[in-house]
Design a protein around this ligand. Structure first.
Ligand code: SF4
Length: 240
C-alpha cells in the first residue's frame, strides 16, 4: 500500500486530540484524588520517571521529531546509538528496562534545567505515569532494596488505585494504553501496518533515516529502513 502525506497528518491530528483528552482526564482524576485528602506527587521539576525507557506509537514520535532543534536531535542520536549497542545480546524485557535505567540514564529530551524540552508534545506514556508516592520512588532501583524496605513500600501503596505492585495510578496508565492501541489501529487502517517502539530510537530514525518517508511506501520499506540503520531489535521497535 502506498499512502500519502495526508495519512501522516491524520495520525498527528489523532495524537493531538488523544494527548489533550488524556491531559484533561489526568487533571480531573488528580483533583478528585486530592480532594479526598490523598496526595499525588508529580509536579514541575520532578523528573525521576524520565530515566525509564519511553515507548510510543510512531505518530507520537513524529510529533516530537517535528519539534526538535539540532542540539536536541544530536542528543537523541547519541542516545539511540548508545541504546543500540546496549541491547545487543539482550532478549528479556526486564533486563532491557534495568540496563536502560542503569546505563543510559535520563531521557535526552530533558533540558539543562531538568525540564522536558518537548513538554507540549510529550508522549502519552509520559503523561499517563502519575505517582502516588514521593518522586524518589520513581527513581528507585527495587532490586537494591532490602526485603524489609520492599515490604514497607508495598504495604504503603493505595491498592485501590495503583497498578500494583507499582505506585503509579492504574486507570490513567490503562487509559494511555487504550489511546496507544487506538493510534495503532488508525495507522493500520491508513498505512496497512503499525510501528511502536522506543521514543528516542523512533525519533532518530525519522530524523536521520527517513522512517516517515519509508512508512508511506509500506511496511516492507519501513522495516528495511529500520534494519538498514541497525535498529531491528524486538525490544526497540515492532512493526506489525
Ligand atoms: S519526553 Fe519529556 S516527559 Fe517524557 S521521558 Fe523525555 S523528558 Fe521526560
Amino acid at each position: 500500500m502506498t499512502a500519502s502525506n495526508d495519512a501522516m497528518e491524520q495520525l498527528l491530528n489523532l495524537v493531538k486530540q488523544q494527548q489533550a483528552f488524556l491531559e484533561m482526564f489526568v487533571r480531573s482524576w488528580v483533583s478528585d484524588y486530592r480532594s479526598g485528602g490523598r496526595n499525588i506527587f508529580c509536579g514541575k521539576g520532578c523528573r525521576n520517571c524520565c530515566s525509564l525507557a519511553v515507548h510510543t506509537g510512531f505518530a507520537e514520535a513524529l510529533a516530537v521529531a517535528r519539534q526538535l532543534a539540532q542540539p536536541q536531535a544530536d542528543a537523541i542520536e547519541g542516545y539511540a546509538l548508545k541504546l543500540r549497542g546496549l541491547v545487543q545480546g539482550i532478549s528479556e524485557l526486564p533486563q532491557y528496562l534495568r540496563l536502560h535505567r542503569q546505563e543510559i540514564g535520563f531521557c535526552p529530551l530533558l533540558n539543562e534545567a531538568g525540564e522536558c524540552s518537548v513538554y507540549a508534545v510529550r508522549p502519552i506514556t509520559c503523561r499517563s505515569l502519575i505517582s502516588t508516592k514521593e518522586s524518589s520512588w520513581c527513581g528507585a532501583d527495587f532490586s537494591q532494596l532490602t526485603a524489609a524496605d520492599r515490604d514497607a513500600f508495598v504495604a504503603s501503596l493505595d491498592r485501590k488505585v495503583v497498578a500494583f505492585p507499582s505506585h503509579y495510578v492504574a486507570v490513567l496508565q490503562e487509559s494511555g494504553k487504550e489511546f496507544e492501541e487506538a493510534g495503532a489501529k488508525k495507522m493500520r487502517a491508513l498505512l496497512g501496518f503499525a510501528v511502536y517502539g522506543n521514543l528516542g530510537v523512533l525519533v532518530h530514525l525519522i530524523l536521520k533515516h527517513g522512517l516517515a518517508e519509508a512508512a508511506l511506501k509500506g511496511e516492507a520499506a519501513a522495516a528495511e529502513a529500520i534494519a538498514k540503520a541497525g535498529f531491528d531489535h524486538p525490544l526497540l521497535i515492532t512493526v506489525s
